[in-house]
Write a protein that binds this ligand. Structure first.
Ligand code: NDP
Length: 403
């Protein structure tokens, strides 16, 4: 009987744990462990109310910044896989604990030091040999973006292209939660990501832009016309390494004017800073204080309406040696997600791929000693499960390109 340890009890972990309970033959026994145990207990009650008790669920308290606590928890529970859905700051402590206990690992976001707003794969890639030697697997970035975007790329490479030259990843959230300013996943991580400089890769080099400097307008199927902006996003780093013949890769995300105006204003007054300041004799980090007063993303579910549309446009030479354009995408409805698992579509589009990635490992498709980005693994069984578990994908052989 396979056991899965889920670390974290926020928006993404909630969806992944709900989907594991739906998929109880693959996940007969799970443990949800997080910083605040009461959140794990509430989650367990909600899951059992919706989907019954076919999956045995236990809960625990853990500080995932503390390796000794993690090792103790893993040794007691003895999972086959640790699914890390807490925050990117904990990637390395959890990977270290997995190494010490010889257990495989999966996450949805790459490591980012708490005191520097800079995410990079180098820290996690450095574990390649250690994981290989222990015969355990680490699957990195298995949400939607990163995650499904990399799996779409592996699928396009395997079935459609002999060479991919251009990739544009498009992330559109057409959802409306009714607040003037809120984020759909962890506010601190979200604001760190979008307030950073933009960056894309072309002809062998990285080109940096000012935040939100490059804007395009696009009509997204299922959503309508939206402004989208070029951002740096973590899968660009791994795809540049893993897609041969690539000439350019970019990432665009949609933002509404209200979000951007609030963000600019908060930046201008210093509220997005990650440098601690003294306040009433106490050290506080402005962005953490801001996150604490903003709406909790896990409460946005009931009030968010509309759809997300996330996809990847590929251009290159097809298997028949002719030029080819190809678009793979998913459309997801916020309210349908809420009805099914009590969460909005941003958590859903991340939590479902995390569950499927865990399934790929437990079923042996992705059991391979070492540290892997998802585009290095076989996309076919994953693509089949995406259609079954709530994120069906669509193809367009004549997509409108981004200039
Ligand atoms: P939330 O803030 O909703 O949840 C984070 C959870 O982690 C909370 O339950 C929190 O505990 C717990 N946690 C934080 N620190 C610790 C710690 N030291 N020890 C134990 N538990 C801890 O975040 P989300 O669910 O929105 O996001 C989860 C992850 O998914 C993030 O890494 C995010 O970057 C990633 N993500 C990836 C996406 C993708 O497509 N690849 C898209 C969206 C998110 P507490 O409840 O006590 O605060």
């Amino acid at each position: 009987m396979q056991k899965t340890l889920v670390i974290g009890a926020g928006g993404v972990a909630s969806v992944a744990a709900h989907k594991m309970a739906q998929n109880h033959t693959v996940f007969p026994d799970i443990m949800i462990a997080s910083r605040t145990k009461s959140k794990c207990d509430t989650l367990k009650v909600d899951i059992e109310k919706r989907f019954g008790k076919n999956t045995k669920i236990s809960t625990a308290q853990v500080n995932a910044d503390n390796i000794d606590e993690l090792i103790k928890l893993i040794r007691n529970y003895k999972p086959d896989l640790v699914v890390h859905l807490a925050l990117p700051y904990q990637d390395l402590t959890i990977m270290d604990a997995c190494l010490a206990c010889e257990v495989s690992y999966l996450d949805t976001a790459n490591y980012e030091p708490l005191d520097t707003a800079k995410f990079e794969y180098k820290w996690q890639w450095a574990y390649q040999e250690k994981f290989e030697k222990k015969g355990i697997t680490a699957i990195l970035g298995c949400g939607f973006d990163p995650g499904v975007t990399g799996i779409f790329t592996a699928f396009a490479m395997k079935h459609h292209f002999s060479q991919i030259h251009y990739i544009d990843i498009l992330d559109c959230n057409g959802g409306d939660h009714g607040y003037p300013f809120a984020t759909n996943f962890n506010p601190e991580i979200n604001i760190r990501e979008v307030s950073a400089k933009g960056k894309y890769w072309e002809n062998g080099q990285w080109i940096e832009t000012q935040p939100m400097e490059i804007k395009r307008v696009r009509n997204f199927k299922g959503v309508g016309e939206k402004d989208m902006y070029l951002l740096y996003h973590e899968e660009l780093e791994s795809l540049v390494k893993h897609v041969p013949h690539l000439r350019r890769i970019r990432f665009f995300m949609t933002f509404g004017q209200s979000y951007l105006t609030h963000l600019k204003c908060l930046e201008n007054v210093g509220m997005t800073s990650i440098k601690p300041i003294k306040f009433n004799g106490q050290d506080i980090v402005p962005i953490q204080f801001l996150a604490a007063v903003m709406p909790d993303p896990s409460t946005l579910g009931p009030r968010t309406v509309g759809k997300t549309h996330i996809g990847v446009i590929f251009q290159g030479i097809g298997k028949d040696n002719h030029p080819k354009n190809y678009y793979l995408y998913n459309i997801c409805d916020h309210q349908e997600c809420y009805r099914e698992v009590g969460s909005q579509a941003i958590s859903y589009t991340t939590g479902v791929p995390a569950m499927i990635g865990a399934m790929m490992y437990l079923q042996g498709h992705w059991k391979k000693p070492g540290v892997w980005n998802v585009e290095q693994l076989d996309p076919d069984p994953f693509m089949i499960e995406l259609n079954k578990w709530g994120l069906p994908w669509h193809e367009d052989f004549n997509p409108v390109l981004v200039d």
